[in-house]
Design a protein around this ligand. Sequence first.
Ligand SMILES: NC(=O)c1ccc[n+]([C@@H]2O[C@H](COP(=O)([O-])OP(=O)(O)OC[C@H]3O[C@@H](n4cnc5c(N)ncnc54)[C@H](OP(=O)(O)O)[C@@H]3O)[C@@H](O)[C@H]2O)c1
Length: 174
Amino acid sequence: MMISVTFTASQNGIIRHKNTIPWENFNELRCDEFTRASCSRLLVLGRHSFEALKIKLECDLLVLSTTKTTSEGSIHFAASLAEAMEIGRAGGYQEMVISGGRQLLIEAMLLADVIYKSTILVEPMGNVYAPTIPTNFQLIWVRNYKGNPSHSYQTYTLDPYTKSKLSSTGLLKL
Ligand SMILES: NC(=O)c1ccc[n+]([C@@H]2O[C@H](COP(=O)([O-])OP(=O)(O)OC[C@H]3O[C@@H](n4cnc5c(N)ncnc54)[C@H](OP(=O)(O)O)[C@@H]3O)[C@@H](O)[C@H]2O)c1
């Protein structure tokens, strides 16, 4: 199972301001691809990020929490990243995609094979900055989109040969 990390930052490196994301929604193609129902991808979020979601996701979702353990409908919980990985492997997923908050992104980057970053070309005020991408990752794929706001996607991997395995939006092809 491949482990990937995804986050979206503004041009000045902000990932959130207090409890909000300080930019308007835009057509996030990569986000759509992660959150569409797929039997091969498991999305992992911290509990606060899950509670802040404004839309119902179709994809398989696992929420990290030390305080919630009992499944609620189709939402399942894991008490650590190690437990999440066990669940992902046992479920036969090809890719586990981990998103924020900041501490979780930092922890997950130590285990990841791939980092998917989206950059929104705005410079908002914010109080939480994106973590630094570890220097052992290489930027292997970039795509810029004009829009309102303009944005760009970057894919970083440990293995430069992964480039041939990426889809048109820079995600691993499953
Ligand atoms: N810009 C972006 O790309 C992006 C991405 C994701 C989220 N966000 C924003 O970030 C905000 C939430 O961030 P946050 O810093 O509050 O963090 P968070 O990681 O979403 O939530 C923190 C909580 O998740 C659980 N958790 C996190 N890591 C864990 C681990 N390794 N093992 C077990 N439980 C773990 C704990 O829950 P318990 O207290 O239940 O133990 C912890 O209190 C939201 O506003 C969201 O919109 C932005």
